[in-house]
Design a protein around this ligand. Structure first.
Ligand code: EPU
Length: 420
């Protein structure tokens, strides 16, 4: 296994270009299963998760090639049974279910388990498929959805923590080929859902309202091939913005969409970090001493759960008390005990972490537990005095394209080594 070895204390300075969004690319790749015709998807980030999705498409019978960020895929003839182990390994692969059900009237995939950040059920995905007329069976670790013909319906998809991102994507994809009109109420409003809808409409789907809580899909009989460019990764952009602030540097972030990052920019401003917007370029720098701020993660357009851990790393450096409340996932504080190894003073009280900031951080060996927790450890390591070794960075490689190379270009001392 590989680790990052970071010598902290150097301000990040220079330019970084943001890659395509992982969480937009995964459902868009799955959506290519909806047509027999070829599709071309650009700005696909080269990550273990996207390579994994390409393998899943291939295992279903599609031809797919990912080269220099462009995926060329053709799902002329496909089967409805996905390989058990392939799907089980990546939760995001659940979004092949909607396209398979719509195209073949049948989908059988391994039931994705929980993961370190929470239970991660799929009841809302299944509720949506059932409302469209699918029969669901769970057996032997598989979930099977079968239908004679999907029919449009009005579906309320809100759950205990609000809307579901991949659930909305899945039901929206299934509904594109259903007979009649589907209305998804309490739909997720994330930019990744909007990007998927844009691609589906380019394929001939009739979707309105994506980006709002009510999405209307008028079913069509067939979708055709299309080309699409994936939106920039707002979570990667936020991670670099926070790293710039944490190291007291000045970073020019190219290819980022400020309109996707309003809540993050607002909180950074409140913490005394300036974010200047010049088109698709953001310039980030600190205005003197950081200020403690309170954060609550919420569905879009609220503060994203995927930036909670990174923001916690930043707030360790802000004198005073910051309260971070996690409202989307029930156990997304795995980074807290690892940050403590660097000298962080954080207490967990139910869904909130009470961060007593302003104490000096010093390097230590730490272990990454999930994707965004890894990013938080890297940020804390960059800000800490001395050397930090972040172990198990395969978590980070799932969602950040060449993070070490990008950070090195900004002046960070960071090396990839074999874990000892
Ligand atoms: N939920 C249910 N039932 C469901 C589905 C979800 O109760 O059927 C609950 C979840 O347990 C959670 C909440 O609803 O409490 C929101 O989960 P959501 O379904 O929105 O999460 P997701 O679609 O599975 C995507 C991203 C996550 C990101 C969340 C929230 C992808 C591949 N994953 O997951 O990204 O945290 O939305 O924004 O798009 C990451 O990139 O690090 C990551 C975990």
């Amino acid at each position: 296994m590989e680790s990052f070895l970071i010598k902290g204390g150097r301000p990040l300075c220079g330019e970084v270009t943001i890659s395509g969004s992982k969480n937009a690319a995964l459902p868009i790749l799955a959506a290519t299963l909806l047509t027999q015709e070829p599709c071309v998807i650009r700005r696909v980030p080269d990550l273990s998760d996207t390579r994994f999705m390409v393998q899943i498409l291939q295992s279903l019978g599609a031809t797919a090639k990912l080269e220099n960020g462009t995926l060329t895929v053709c799902a002329r003839k496909i089967k409805g049974f996905a390989d058990y182990d392939l799907v089980r390994k990546m939760r995001g692969s659940i979004c092949i279910a909607g396209p398979l059900l719509a195209r073949l009237q049948r989908a059988r995939i391994s039931l994705p388990g929980g993961c370190i950040i929470g239970a991660r059920p799929i009841n809302l995905h299944l509720k949506g498929f059932q409302a469209l007329g699918a029969k669901i069976k769970i057996e032997g670790g598989y979930v099977e959805a079968v239908t004679k013909k999907l029919r449009g319906a009005t579906i309320f998809l809100g759950g205990r923590a609000g809307p579901t991102v991949l659930g909305t994507a899945n039901v929206m994809m299934a509904a594109t080929l259903a007979k009649g009109v589907t209305v998804i109420e309490s739909a997720a409003c994330e930019p990744e859902v909007v990007d998927l809808a844009k691609f589906l409409n380019a394929m001939g789907a009739r979707i309105e309202g994506a980006g709002s809580p009510t999405i209307t899909i008028t079913g069509v009989s067939k979708l055709h091939g299309a080309e699409h460019e994936v939106i920039p990764d707002r979570i990667e952009a936020a991670t670099f913005m926070i790293a710039a602030a944490a190291t007291n540097g000045e970073v020019i972030i190219k290819g980022a969409r400020a309109d996707h990052l309003r809540a993050v920019i607002d909180k950074l401003n409140e913490a005394r970090v300036t974010v200047e917007t010049r088109g698709e370029t953001l310039v980030v720098r600190r205005r003197g001493k950081l200020k403690a701020v309170d954060i609550t993660t919420l569905p879009h357009s609220g503060f994203p759960t995927d930036v909670q851990a990174q923001m916690m790393a930043l707030l360790l450096l802000a004198p005073g008390i910051s309260i971070i409340t996690e409202r989307i996932f029930e156990s997304r504080f795995m980074h807290v005990s690892e940050l403590a190894r660097l000298g962080a003073d954080i207490e967990i009280e139910g869904p909130s972490a009470i961060v007593k900031g302003g104490k000096a951080l010093s390097g230590a060996p730490v272990m990454a537990s999930d994707l965004r927790a890894s990013a938080a450890l890297v940020i804390a390591g960059l800000a800490a005095k001395g050397t930090t070794q972040v172990n198990r960075i395969y978590h980070l490689d799932r969602g950040y394209e060449q993070m070490d190379a990008k950070l090195r270009k900004l002046g960070a001392h960071i090396r990839r080594i074999q874990e000892k």
